[in-house]
Write a protein that binds this ligand. Structure first.
Ligand SMILES: [Cu+2]
Length: 113
């Protein structure tokens, strides 16, 4: 029993280490007029890829004005957006489809020093 628990813990540690090995990609999913990840943390000056997943059956968009990101997404489309966020600070991301931001499709990208 102890060995099983130990193996499980080791496997979990490896899994977590694996996740940490590729910190460059973050997923932000859109579903039912909101972002599943309302707050996303990235590192200033380090290239990051945002994997934006539209889980809805209608169009959305992913926008961050400060980084000139304006990406329309068709129904069920996934887009990968790579950029280097800087300087450190807090930036609003939102869906640029008419009325969606007002309906709650907004979140915060926190760029850490
Ligand atoms: Cu939208």
């Amino acid at each position: 029993m102890m060995i099983r628990a130990l193996l499980f813990a080791t496997g979990l540690a490896l899994l977590l280490a694996g996740c940490r090995a590729s910190p460059g990609t973050l997923t932000i999913a859109m579903k039912d007029m909101h972002f599943r990840q309302g707050e996303v943390h990235v590192r200033a000056g380090q290239p990051v890829t945002l994997r934006v997943v539209n889980e809805d059956g209608y169009a959305h968009a992913f926008d961050i004005d400060a980084f000139a990101i304006h990406r329309p997404l068709a129904a069920h489309e996934t887009a990968e957006i790579t950029f280097t966020p800087e300087p450190a600070g807090q930036y609003t991301f939102y869906c640029g489809s008419p009325g969606h931001m007002a309906a709650g499709m907004t979140g915060v990208l926190i760029v850490e020093e």
